[in-house]
Design a protein around this ligand. Sequence first.
Ligand SMILES: [Zn+2]
Length: 292
Amino acid sequence: MKKAAVAIVLLFTLTFFAAAQAPAKGLKVFISVDMEGITGVVNWDDVTVGGLDYGLFRKLMTQEVNAAVEAAQAAGAAEIVVRDAHDTGRNILPDLLNPGAKLLRDWSYGPLSMMEGIDKTFDAVIFIGYHARASTPNGVLKHTMTTKLLDVIINGLKMPEAGVNALIAGMFDVPVVLVTGDKAICGQARDLFGDVETVMVKEGIGSAELGLSPQAAQAQIREKTIAALRRVKAFKPYKLAPPYTLDVAFADEAGAQKASWIPGAVRKDEHTVSFKADDVMTLIKLFRLAKM
Ligand SMILES: [Zn+2]
């Protein structure tokens, strides 16, 4: 090949790689943050106000969010909303949060809950510090919204909080691109969503955990956030075909008895109450009422 031809091929190759690696400019990213799936967290005391190490894990939670925020900015995010979605909704330390993000704190008691603040203008959703659904073997602090529930089943699929929240994002046509937490939730997220990036920061061993160092976990969160946002167009919003059925199984029969009063509810067995809905918002509202 002549020198000129070589130069042209080289130029095309470089342009192609530059385009493939270029940050997607002006992305809007929504980050919903729970605490049970933060690196090192293993006991309810770690994630409860007044707990011995709660202050430490608030700091690590904030650092994991910052890792995602910094990486999102590097990948071209122009706007980032962080939703503090654990317990009081007041865990992330505002003074340590990367100033590139806005922070949504506390509860409005609207139906979007852990996804409050999301709308159709966002390009991607990231879940940081998430945990496995109730009744998962070796899931660190596994539960679904409340420790009162054994299972939440939508259209026959057992749902972790990540599944319910992904359906809410899907209602606004926004895909979930990254989930971080323990091994169990990473597996459940891949089973439900298919193509999703995950960062496994720890693995449950009974009620113990084997985990990465916070620095190693944050490095992986940076790496996977960039990887996800660079190919953001490849992800599909999570949707299930209507009509919807929702089965909520309560650990305690009293919960099932109370939920069975909700108009349209059908008591299926000792633990389970069943609902039907034609749209995701109605489904979510029924779920919020049922678990009260
Ligand atoms: Zn939580």
